[in-house]
Design a protein around this ligand. Sequence first.
Ligand code: ZN
Length: 238
Amino acid sequence: MTEQIAKLREIIGNSENIVFFGGAGVSTESGVKDFRSVDGLYNEKYKYPPEEILSYSFFVSKPDEYYKFHREKLVTDGVKPNAAHLALARLEHSGKLKAVITQNIDGLHQAAGIENVLELHGTANRCYCMKCGKPASIELITKGTDVPYCECGGLIRPDIVLYEEQLDERVLRESINYIKAAEVLIIGGTSLAVYPAAGLIRYFAGNHLILINRDETPADRYADLVIRGKIGEVLAQI
Ligand code: ZN
């Protein structure tokens, strides 16, 4: 590992245009559980698989069931950024890191002080009325216990991308542009199995593709550097 860290440091030291692409593994070191995981108690609590609950059609037809799940699995109040987020913040402040593209919805990159975060799946830290479009207080979701409604009568929804929904076109386009222009692309904490990760990295035309993940990924064979390890522990050493 020491040799790989040295190589990682060298690549970062020689580059002025780095982009980071991260997945759920970046948040797990902060104690955020992967909401797709179905544990032993899951089936006692929920009658539906997580992918179904997190779909648009489920949300609008059974908002009470949806919010029961959301409040238990997606609300991350009190969770703090970890070593990976903080290392990325330092890299951004140094001017080398141009963008963080994330599949996470927990806002931990921003909490670490990172400014340019592209949230492919939206954020659980904002919500709005589906009828009039007005932003609503997130506390209606994080602190409330009922299905939240706007004063206009519309259903309030979190600003996340649900299954069956398209990604935000602006976020996707910007992500592609940053990846296209990057000299170095660091991918961390993702198996690259979830759409659109695998497709996005095909736009990378730079010098160094770096993968940091605990397990093997399908993109390992394209990478210049593969580091098997916890993302926070690895990035803390750069
Ligand atoms: Zn409204």
